[in-house]
Design a protein around this ligand. Structure first.
Ligand code: NDP
Length: 330
């Protein structure tokens, strides 16, 4: 079946400037960490990506190790790109990363120039593209000099493998150093990708201020706490098709404690009073931060991406709502 992207795909999506760069990202982006691996049905992933693009989600996020098995999400993307997206390459922002274990031996992990450049080449091949838009170092490496890792990102950009450089999971001091090194090299850091959601507020301490001051964008992963901040587990059931129930899922049922469930129920009441679902409240809440460019969600169903994008129709909060949420999370 030939794919024609929806003509109205740019009508309602919100695009936000990524730091002080020239690039804008959709306020909701889609990640392929789970549900797009070799173990997942291609047609489901294909339907999710098509629907997302039709809704104006122009940014898809990948990494070398997404699957399972590692590398297979890139291959899935490559097939969908061939089937549907190739005519739209210039309307897409594709990102990739290296930094976690990818192949055996000393050159398939962490932050050496050897690993990053080789991994980027492998990723481009599996995705079937000539370049990615953003290439990230996936996590800080305590042993490799930061100058080497940032030098590798600069090289990846200068050699045409990527258009922009990014960092992920960098704490604020290390982020500030990385940003300075990249600036000195002439390849400014476009973006940082940390985790942020109602249950994990670590970026509020310093990181968001650092990024705002430096003019670096921020895309936050797991804004729904892997599904806990949605209707998925309301009432305490663990649905058979949920991430918590799947053997390959990364959400432990032990994370869904009675105490957490009680907070989830209270947050759901706040959401209902706003006329939103819990997922929509959770997304609007992370996007209330001006330093945050985009909320990077996952989805196992087309209906989830639809619900999540619809969060954008109500992004404002009253002081009372924010205080109530703080009190629930305290
Ligand atoms: P989320 O917190 O958005 O969790 C996504 C999961 O929540 C879905 O797979 C689905 O789970 C459930 N869900 C989503 N929307 C809804 C909805 N409306 N109603 C009910 N359930 C819903 O993000 P992820 O943890 O998936 O991470 C998103 C992306 O962030 C990744 O794909 C990846 O690109 C990136 N990431 C980056 C990391 C890094 O180190 N840089 C680490 C982790 C992620 P279910 O299967 O139960 O339906």
């Amino acid at each position: 079946m030939l794919y024609d992207a929806a003509p109205d795909r740019y009508d309602s999506m919100v695009y936000r400037r990524c730091g002080r760069s020239g690039l804008k990202l959709p306020a909701i982006s889609l990640g392929l960490w789970q549900n797009f691996g070799g173990i997942n049905p291609l047609e489901n992933g294909r339907a999710i990506i098509r629907r997302a693009f039709d809704l104006g989600v122009t940014h898809l996020d990948l990494a070398n190790n997404y699957g399972p098995p590692p590398g297979s999400a890139e291959e899935t993307f490559g097939r969908i790109y061939d089937l549907d997206l190739r005519p739209y390459r210039d309307e897409l922002i594709l990102s990739n990363k290296a930094g976690y274990t990818m192949w055996p031996g000393p050159y398939g992990d962490w932050g050496s120039r050897k690993y990053l450049v080789a991994s980027c080449d492998q990723s481009l091949k599996r995705m079937g593209v000539d370049y990615v838009d953003i290439f990230y170092h996936h996590r800080p490496d305590p042993e490799t000099p930061l100058e080497e890792t940032m030098g590798a990102l600069d090289y990846v950009v200068r050699s045409g493998r990527a258009l922009y450089a990014g960092i992920s999971n960098y704490p604020h001091e290390k982020a500030a150093q990385a940003i300075q090194i990249l600036r000195d090299l002439g390849t400014p850091c476009l973006i940082e990708q940390p985790t942020y959601n109602m249950f994990n507020r670590w970026v509020e301490d310093h990181l968001l201020d650092t990024l705002a001051t430096e003019g670096v964008g921020c895309i936050v992963f797991s804004p729904l706490a892997q599904g806990m901040l949605t209707s998925r587990y309301l009432g305490g059931d663990i649905p058979a098709d949920s991430r918590a129930a799947r053997p390959t899922g990364t959400l432990r049922t032990s994370a869904i404690t009675p105490e957490r469930l009680a907070r989830i129920e209270q947050l759901n009441e706040v959401a209902q009073a706003r006329g939103q679902s819990l997922a929509q409240l959770a997304l609007a809440w992370v996007l209330r931060q001006p330093a945050i460019t985009s909320a990077l969600v996952g989805a196992s169903k087309v209906s989830q991406i639809e619900e999540n994008v619809a969060a954008l129709s109500n992004l404002s909060f009253s002081d009372e709502e924010l205080q109530r949420i703080d009190a629930i999370l305290a």
